[in-house]
Design a protein around this ligand. Structure first.
Ligand SMILES: Nc1ncnc2c1ncn2[C@@H]1O[C@H](COP(=O)(O)OP(=O)(O)OP(=O)(O)O)[C@@H](O)[C@H]1O
Length: 433
């Protein structure tokens, strides 16, 4: 749906073209990002980005939401991707190779879709990859330098960021899909080495000599992947389709725990990452179930009802004394002793083939589910409060960092949420007993 009446919020990024702000749709409260340019020099690139993003439809590319001209500024409205740039994440703390692979896979998927639509991105680098709301998601952004393959030689000239440029681009030839593949190789090295471009080859060496970026920090399979990307002749490089089959990208990676929601908004945006068909991340509740299965015995989880799980224990001795000791399973930790407070019980017991089979009832309120409902409720409240205010007041609130204030209050609400959860667990425990 077209966004007509929107309110600009705080600045979330700046680039060579201008600025990116957070914004929200005054009619329904939807949050998005707006990229604005106001000079002749920068508007061209934004116009190009608008044209290209409009034509792309990929879950791995930042989504186009609209464009307009307001107060002398050309604006591109697009999906807000809340996790910051992957370059910043890599610079903050070293990335494990699994994480590098997860992000590289997202970029390869985005490029596959862009190339299939006849678009070459021309500026692939970790600074243009935005991390999504959960650890296994990312979107390719900044299509300001992109060209259409159909434009052929007329699209020549230096485009993109020098150290990430493919040899043919350095020589001023027309960029091709393979040029993005070269930059993808550079981006993988960049991520693996802390958000830097550590290669010391000059552009002249890359364009006209034998110079190649190197990848010391990667495993053998990672180096093999880089070799497939960084071939001097574009036609010898692997395509994105082929790279997606390479073991570096094709093997499932588990990336867990790096990201945690910092704001109500980020938590809400977590929802839109379910489109991922690549690397699977277990949901919190599945993980809790797996843990119960692992800890209690080899029978696994039998069924779940009203926050209680029945798990099957097969073997000898006392399963409560042995395996269940000390964990409530609802938080994934092993430090609390709920069981002493009567949180687990024997549901059913029988002897099969000389082995004792016991179905145990244990509490399993999913933390994620609970926090999720809290987020939904909070957002619903914020939406309704904002919607009930008149427009001038809303503008004033946003200028005064209203969202930041709401979000800093979040820590306190989160605490209340946990308190509530504790009370619920306690009361269930009493009911059970
Ligand atoms: N959709 C978005 N959601 C969240 N943040 C965004 C979004 N788009 C851009 N940003 C932020 O704004 C910054 C600048 O955006 P972008 O890279 O598109 O600008 P640019 O001027 O084209 O960049 P460069 O100078 O590298 O060419 C990004 O690094 C990112 O932090």
């Amino acid at each position: 749906m077209e966004i007509k009446n929107w309110v600009r919020g705080s600045c979330i990024g700046r680039g060579s073209f201008g600025k990116v702000n957070l914004a929200f749709d005054a009619s329904n409260g939807q949050i998005f990002a707006v990229k604005s340019a106001n000079s002749i020099a920068t508007v061209d690139s934004l116009e190009n980005e608008i044209r290209v993003l409009k034509s792309l439809n990929s879950p791995y590319v930042v989504t186009y939401l609209g464009d307009d001209v307001r107060f002398g500024e050309r604006n591109l409205l697009m999906e807000y991707v809340p996790g910051g740039t992957v370059a910043d994440a890599a610079a903050k703390s070293p990335m494990e190779e699994a994480e590098v692979r997860a992000y590289a896979r997202r970029v390869a998927l985005a490029l596959r879709d862009a190339h299939a639509a006849g678009v070459v991105h021309c500026d692939v680098k970790a600074r243009n990859v935005l991390a999504g709301a959960n650890p296994n998601s990312a979107k390719l952004a900044d299509f300001g330098s992109a060209v259409r393959v159909a434009d052929g030689a007329s699209a020549g000239g230096l485009r993109g960021t020098p150290l990430w440029m493919a040899p043919e681009v350095v020589r001023g030839e027309a960029p091709m899909p393979a040029s993005d593949v070269w930059s993808l190789g550079c981006t993988v090295i960049e991520m693996a080495t802390g958000g830097k471009a550590p290669w010391e080859v000059s552009l002249v060496e890359i364009g006209y000599g034998e110079g190649l970026p190197t990848a010391a920090a990667l495993s053998d399979v990672g180096r093999d992947f880089i070799e497939k990307c960084l071939r001097r002749e574009g036609r010898e490089r692997w395509t994105c389709e082929m790279l997606l089959e390479h073991p570096f990208l094709a093997v499932d990676s588990m990336v867990r725990g790096r990201w945690s929601p910092r704001t109500v908004i980020e938590a809400v945006f977590d929802d839109d990452d379910n489109d991922d068909e690549g690397i699977e991340l277990s949901s919190g509740s599945e993980w809790a179930r797996d843990r119960i299965g692992e800890l209690v015995g080899d029978g696994g989880v039998v069924w779940e009802s009203e926050g209680w799980e029945v798990v099957r224990w097969v073997g000898e001795g006392d399963p409560i004394g042995n395996s269940l000791s000390g964990c409530c399973f609802c938080c994934g930790c092993e430090c609390c002793c709920w069981e002493e407070e009567g949180m687990s019980g024997l549901e059913h017991e029988q002897v099969e083939n000389g082995m004792v089979v016991r179905d145990l009832r244990v509490l399993s309120i999913s933390k994620d589910l609970f926090v999720y409902h809290f987020f939904v409720l909070s957002c619903w409240m914020v939406d309704h409060v904002v919607a009930s205010l008149d427009n001038d007041l809303v503008v004033w609130l946003f200028r005064n960092q209203f969202l930041k204030t709401v979000c800093s209050g979040f820590g306190f609400f989160n605490f209340l949420c946990w308190l509530l959860k504790y009370i619920i667990i306690k009361s269930r425990c009493e009911t059970r007993n």
